[in-house]
Structures are given as C-alpha cells and as structure tokens.
Design a protein around this ligand. Structure first.
Ligand code: DGL
Length: 260
C-alpha cells in the first residue's frame, strides 16, 4: 500500500484524545484514523515519567504494527513525558505532540491575565515552565491542575452536572474573575467540559484549545512528504482501548459523535 493511503495513528491516556480524533476527522475526512485510548492505565497526569514513557512505547508499537504513516500524541501529558524519546526511537515516522495553547491565548487576551488548566504532570514539567517563561513578561499566567476532571471523564460521569460544576467552582473561585479573559485547555480530556467551563465564567472569557492547530500541523507535514490521502471516499475510524470494561468503546464512539 502506498504511504499516503495508510492510516494516521492517534493516542491518549484514555478518552480525552477522542476530541482530537473528532477534529481530525472533521478537517480531513478522507484520512483513515486509528485511535488508541489507554484507559486501563489512565490517568497519566499523576504518574512517573518512566511509567508514561513505557506506556507510550507500547502504544506506538501497536500503532506501527497497524501500519500507520504518522502518530499524533493526543495528550499534553504524554507529550511532555515522552515526545523526545519517541522521536528518537522512530526517526522516520512523523510524531506530532501537543502542548497547552498558551501563545494564542496570550495573543487574544486583552487583560493579560490567563489561566491554564492541565494535569499536575504537565504543569510541573520543564517543557511547560519554558513555555511559561517565554510568555510571562507583562502577563499573569495562573496554573490550575485539574486531575479530577480526567477522572470524571474516565468514569463516564460527563452527565453529572452538579459534580462538574462543583469541581469547576473549586478551580475558579480563587481566580480574579474581573481580570480573567482567556482559559487554555491544556489537556485533551477537558474539551468535553468546555460548555460547563464557559457556563461558570463570564461570556467574554475565551476558552482555547490546541486541537485544530495540532491537526493542521500534522497535515502540513504530510503534505510536505506527499503523504496526504487523496481518496474520494470518507476515511474509516477505528477505536481501540486497553481497558476491557464493556462500556469504554461505547463511550468512545458516543463522544466521537457528540456535538461539543
Ligand atoms: N488527556 C491527557 C492530556 O492531554 C491527560 C489525562 C491524564 O491525566 O491521563 O494531558
């Protein structure tokens, strides 16, 4: 099979990366997509780097065995922990990572007061402090570690509005609401909470994620390599998960279809 016809592999610690899968399918419907969610081992956000690296390697081996032409790490946490190692290990495979979309948030902010929601791991990593340093001058950047939101999503509690709102208030009640005008979703699981986050903040606060930018970045790379699928039919979408819980695949396909 020509490289261009091969699938794109996408993975996350669990169901969060389904938000990236969805965006990829919306923007590039002709590409075949293979998704792997590592829900058995989620959350990554409170794990050791070595544990995350080992999981990422195993998942990449699985995706490569499926013949993928590129891999998207649809997880900010796994990117912080493992992207450099994975690129070194698979030098001929395009590997696209994700990082909190702080730059666009700062560019759009008028008050220069922005919050970044992410996992404790992402926020404590050097990659993130380097990113923060680049943008810190003249800006106030509030770090909000949100491990509970990952658990709510992984436990299929996305309909528990009271629990979600209670949690969000705990994160945001301390933040100066008069100044805040941009929030970065620095974890792919959080896209599923976007409406709720917007709901507890002022309408003027922008909620920003890196999903579209990540998908477009990958396609630029594939275009340069002449590896875009030019099929006229819609691409296929396959979802795998390490958890053997019955409802995890059902939930994954449901989220894939869901209006966000
Ligand atoms: N979805 C992942 C991210 O973007 C992390 C969730 C987890 O803690 O496993 O960071």
């Amino acid at each position: 099979m020509s490289k261009a016809k091969r699938a794109i592999g996408i993975f996350d610690s669990g169901i969060g990366g389904i938000s990236v899968l969805k965006e990829m399918h919306r923007l590039f419907p002709h590409e075949d997509l293979i998704y792997f969610g590592d829900s058995k081992f989620a959350p990554y956000g409170e794990k050791l780097r070595s544990e995350i690296m080992a999981r990422c390697t195993e998942i990449c081996e699985f995706l490569i065995s499926k013949g993928v032409k590129a891999i998207v790490i649809a997880c900010n946490t796994a990117t912080s922990a493992a992207v450099d190692m994975l690129r070194e290990r698979y030098p001929n495979l395009p590997i696209i990572g994700m990082e909190p979309a702080l730059k666009p948030a700062i560019q759009q902010s008028r008050s220069h007061y922005v919050a970044v929601m992410a996992t404790p791991f992402t926020l404590s990593e050097k990659k993130f402090s380097d990113l923060m340093k680049k943008h810190q001058e003249n800006n106030t950047i509030i770090k909000i570690p949100c491990p509970q939101l990952v658990q709510i999503a992984e436990h299929n509690e996305l309909d528990d509005i009271a629990k979600i709102h209670d949690q969000l208030h705990q994160y945001f009640d301390e933040v100066d609401q008069d100044k805040l005008d941009a929030v970065v979703l620095g974890c792919t699981h959080f896209i599923f909470f976007k409406k709720h986050i917007q709901g507890i903040l002022k309408d003027s606060v922008r909620i920003i994620d890196g999903n579209e930018g990540t998908c477009r970045h990958l396609m630029d790379i594939l275009r340069e390599r002449n590896e875009i699928n030019d099929a006229e039919t819609k691409g296929s979408v396959m979802i795998y998960n390490s958890s053997k819980e019955d409802d995890i695949l059902e939930l994954s396909y449901e989220l894939f279809q869901k209006e966000l």
